[in-house]
Design a protein around this ligand. Sequence first.
Ligand code: NA7
Length: 534
Amino acid sequence: SPDASPTRVDALVVGAGISGIHQLWELRGKGLRTVLLEAGSGVGGVWFWNRYPGARFDSESYTYGYFFSPEILEEWTWSEEYAGQPETERYLNFVADRLDLRKDMRFDARVVSAHWQEDERVWEVTTATGEVYLTTYLVTALGILSKPAFPRVPGLEDFQGEWHHTGTWPVADVDVRGKRVAVIGTGSSGVQVIPFLAKDAASLTVFQRTANWATPINNFAIDDARAADLRERIQEIYTRTQETPGGAIHAPMTESSLALSDEERRAVWDRLYDAPGMAFVLGNFRDVALSREANGHLTAYLTERIRERVKDPRTAALLTPDDHGFGQKRPPLENGYYEVFNEPHVRLVSTVEDPLVRYTPTGLETAIESHDFDVIVIATGFVAVTGSYESIDIRGTGGRTLQEHWVDGPHTFLGMQAAGFPNLFLVGGPQSSAGIIPRVTETQATWVANCVAHLRDRGLSRIETTEAAEQEWHEHVLSGIEGTLQEDASGWAFGTNVGDGRQRAYLLYAGGQPQYRERIAESAEAGYKGFELS
Ligand code: NA7
């Protein structure tokens, strides 16, 4: 009840996703009284909420999971190279149980505010049900893709049918058999869910604003021999993830694609197109990310592949991006996506040609047509990275809100802290992540636990970064995309997908994971340079 006295802890973690779970384990390992609050009713984060059919890793399962625990590595075996959502959710539940983490987790506990109390040097954290926690250290592990973004189309409350956002899919099965189904959005989520909906629906209408450069995932089952081999090589695999920019086993090829002949390039791309996972995306020629000409050759190649797979030339043309190069938006991985559009009951509508106007009681109205649907699936993505922070009233010194601090886009030092917000650590927050997020957040979770132990061991209880340090990091973050095709890219990594007038700001970190790890380690080794300790 709201009158109950606050619970006092040393550290509080928000979020029981893959990062928060690890953070809880690390803090507990330092002997800190730690509690974790989670809005959902179970562990998993992204893998709890995104339970739409077809939701799946597109990084190798074993490079996405945890490496810190020998027990977990020994006792868990992935069944597929790219595990589906149910398996990943099972995995995270297994970890929570195996490491006995559940006893410090509180579910259905949505944090609504966190206010810094300078006098007592505590964060006062309040949940939607009025529970209050006082904590010396606050760690947000909110996930970079957790706050759903909706089309700015009125009338959803009028729609009498069933609707679901892919990012908050219900636990109960959604049965679309024999139903008229709509999907809005063709990013990674749309591209994953569409083939599954097409299989069961009586009709499927896909509303596409922007086509994406999707390439095949080429998933496969992990048999006993491969499982044994992976187990044997796991340290080698881990070392590889620590060396590549994206924390993946794939890394770009340094040779110039422009130095090759058309035939030579095509041979490489044919091979990558048939290779599993992110090989095509992350293992492509480096110059594709730097040179418009190189990128143009690649998109010409992919345009041909789309034409080969989609029978109707007009549909194929609509499915071919005309507004961005390969990699300027995060490319989806697909399994039979393009072939879906050859089926007679599937229709593609471009909302550029025929914009969505409103939801109606029976469906959706576009500028030129009225559509009836039983189910509408909203696959329009997320208010990425900072969106989850906007849902919490976070106030630092002097009552200043984090939203005020970030009004021109996020400002942090090392992606770990914001000036004016002492003892608040961001794990998987802005200006720190890109690539395989758990490979970044594991580094951060360890760093945070070491930092807190460092303070405790010296009788200190306050750490805060400075605006000067933030400024320096800001420049460093921007330098990571300078001279690359990311400079004029758009999409969720820049917040431009939301369409609410927010300023375009780069939300990720493009300097590569090895450099990121180096930077945060350097600061720690220098006694937490860029922070004030007291
Ligand atoms: P994404 O990648 O942001 O994709 C959302 C899609 O929804 C994208 O195609 C958007 O088009 C589209 N969209 C957004 N608003 C509208 C409206 N109003 N009408 C039509 N279409 C719209 O989110 P996902 O959930 O697919 O994937 C997120 C990440 O998760 C992904 O990158 C992986 O890292 C995992 P747009 O391109 O904005 O024009």
